[in-house]
Design a protein around this ligand. Structure first.
Ligand code: CO
Length: 208
């Protein structure tokens, strides 16, 4: 694609927005109060706003390889704390996707250089759920299941943070785990039982 096409697309997009609402950008410039924080994969095929049908201003977005929530990653932790403590989002979503290259790489015994410590966090998810995963003989199904379990564990990682724990107690903040099925375009709610996970791990991770 010719990079200059991007600027033509932008002009077209501006015209479309202004045709519907002449004050669209003035309103956008006034500030944001997004309802939710979305943490997804950087994969170019898995967009955030587009697949959810939402508009600018509706979600605070963070994307990285394999939608990870790592406690010493200053980037994701800054996004989380800003979204929860300042923007006061009402929901947090971790959205993984089938055919995730990051999850696939973590399932293979290959030296990926600088990616090794990042992927190790996914290997840790595998180790936590090793019995369930190794019992799945179909490798494609096992791969899909690791994508799902990785989402679940990243939700747990959110729940371990003081920001999420206190916002849950104060104003009922919720955490959701979703998977985008790249083969069909469908968004699947993994229906992670947030209150029961919380109850289960609080004796270890309670901070407030
Ligand atoms: Co991915």
């Amino acid at each position: 694609m010719d990079i200059s096409k991007v600027f033509q697309n932008n002009e077209k997009w501006i015209a479309e927005k202004l045709a519907v609402a002449p004050d669209y950008f003035e309103k956008l410039a006034q500030g944001q109060s997004p309802e939710f924080l979305y943490i997804g994969c950087s994969d170019s095929r898995v967009t955030a706003e587009d697949l959810m049908g939402i508009q600018p201003g509706e979600a605070f977005i963070h994307r990285n390889i394999a939608n990870m929530v790592i406690s010493i990653d200053l980037n994701v932790m800054s996004v989380l704390n800003y979204a929860v403590r300042h923007l006061k989002v009402k929901q947090i979503v971790v959205c993984g996707h089938y055919a995730c290259g990051g999850v696939k790489a973590a399932m293979q015994s290959t030296d990926m250089g600088i990616l090794n410590p990042w992927l190790r966090n996914i290997r840790d998810v595998y180790r936590l759920h090793k019995d369930e995963l190794n019992a799945i003989e179909d490798m494609d199904r096992r791969y899909d299941r690791l994508v799902e379990l990785n989402v679940q564990e990243q939700c747990v990682n959110l729940i371990k943070t003081a920001a999420v724990q206190s916002a849950h107690k104060e104003r009922g903040l919720l955490v959701h785990g979703w998977v985008f099925d790249i083969h069909t375009g469908k968004l699947i709610d993994l229906k992670i039982d947030f209150p029961s996970i919380l109850k289960n791990i609080m004796e270890i991770y309670k901070l407030d």
